[in-house]
Design a protein. Structure first.
Length: 158
């Protein structure tokens, strides 16, 4: 059996420690997966059946769309409204405290084949629309609250 000198044994220990440091920090040496800049508000392959917010509804009836709870004529057609939801994107961000303390507009989107609706907590501010979805907060890109929920301007007084 060969004996190692003290110097050779120290070199083995040093290289073993360097190897362990490398293994424990391997994630910092590998390229990280990039977070997408924007994610879609709805899944690309999602077929929308209904959008509900409070007493308002936009639902598919056969080949047509029907508004429920809306007392006035809206500026957009149901098809334009659905396309707004399909084309909207959002960025993951941390909201300010004022957004967290505001009561959200809970909106549920029902997709074909899904057993549960997609629940969005929407908080409009003067220049931005904040959305909480699946526990994360997002900032809606280039879509106003009036485009997303056009019935919000619908008042009791007619």
């Amino acid at each position: 059996m060969a004996r190692m000198s003290k110097r050779a044994f120290n070199n083995v220990v040093i290289f073993a420690m360097l190897g362990m440091i490398f293994l424990f920090n391997i994630n910092s040496f590998l390229p990280s997966a990039t977070v997408p800049d924007s994610i879609p508000l709805l899944p690309a392959d999602g077929y929308v059946l209904k959008i509900e917010q409070g007493s308002y509804k936009l639902e598919r009836v056969g080949q047509q769309w029907r508004w429920s709870g809306v007392r006035q004529t809206l500026a957009t057609t149901p098809e334009q409204h659905i396309n707004t939801w399909r084309n909207a994107t959002m960025d993951i961000v941390k909201p300010p405290r004022t957004v967290l303390q505001t009561e959200p507009l809970v909106t549920v989107v029902w997709l074909a084949g899904a057993s549960q609706g997609m629940v969005y907590a929407i908080v409009p501010t003067p220049h931005k629309v904040w959305i909480q979805f699946n526990g994360d907060w997002y900032l809606l890109n280039q879509v106003t609250i009036d485009e997303l929920l056009p019935w919000l301007g619908d008042s009791e007084e007619m």
